[in-house]
Write a protein that binds this ligand. Structure first.
Ligand SMILES: [Zn+2]
Length: 223
């Protein structure tokens, strides 16, 4: 389609199902067939962001793991931005007791600010708190800031800067999906809630933070 503002030929954007004018940055909604086309094209992992080294179809008969993968793709391809994913999580998972973020159990976030004052950089913003589930409540959890994921265990707090994520490895023991960052089980985004949908969204979030913090970041290997 042609830009209504300046007449230039618009390009389809992958993230928000919109047409974007490369000259004046005007945005127009993509509808009908166009939207369908984008969905089809991006139902797979974006080759500009990932090197896919694994056949993920092997997980499709595992219910929770398949939901996790679908949610990850949908959040990347259809929501496509950090803000959209945060607001999606806020909309759909505000009743999940394992997470905290702005407007959802904010006291947990504030408590972490105090507890981790020595770890957090002064300008670092805490976006999400995620509990590791019922047996570890308030003891083992991880935090997503605008800069990194911090994994809090009893005695140590390994972390990975989002821009330094070089690989994501999917493990699925007993259909409990877990994405290991840079091949370490200590820095793994495990399943949250039961369905797999939320943890897929969380993985999408940290990926987009990585590419936002370093637009020239190397592609992430999916292994
Ligand atoms: Zn234009």
């Amino acid at each position: 389609m042609k830009c209504i503002n300046c007449g230039a030929e618009c390009e389809l954007t992958k993230s928000l199902l919109k047409w974007r004018c490369p000259f004046c940055d005007s945005l127009y909604d993509a509808e009908g067939e166009d939207a369908e086309k984008i969905r089809e094209k991006y139902q797979e992992f974006d080759p500009e962001m990932f090197v896919v080294e694994r056949d993920f179809s092997e997980f499709m008969d595992k219910k929770v793991t398949a939901t996790n993968i679908k949610s990850l793709k949908r959040c990347l391809n259809e929501l496509g931005s950090v803000e959209e994913i945060l607001s999606y999580i806020r909309r759909t998972h505000s009743n999940c007791e394992d997470i905290a973020m702005d407007d959802i159990r904010e006291d947990m976030i504030n408590a972490c600010h105090e507890r981790l004052a020595s770890i957090l950089e002064p300008s670092e913003k805490l976006l999400m708190y995620i509990d590791r589930g019922i047996f570890f409540k308030n003891k083992e959890y991880y935090l997503i800031t605008d800069k990194r994921s911090i994994f809090v265990y009893k005695k140590k707090n390994p972390f990975v800067y989002h821009k330094d994520i070089s690989s994501l490895k999917l493990e699925s023991f007993m259909d409990t999906p877990s994405w290991e960052i840079n091949q370490s089980y200590e820095t793994a985004v495990g399943n949250v809630a039961i369905t797999g949908d939320l943890s897929g969204a969380i993985v999408a979030l940290i990926i987009l933070l990585g590419f936002r913090n370093d637009p020239n970041k190397d592609r992430i290997r999916l292994i």
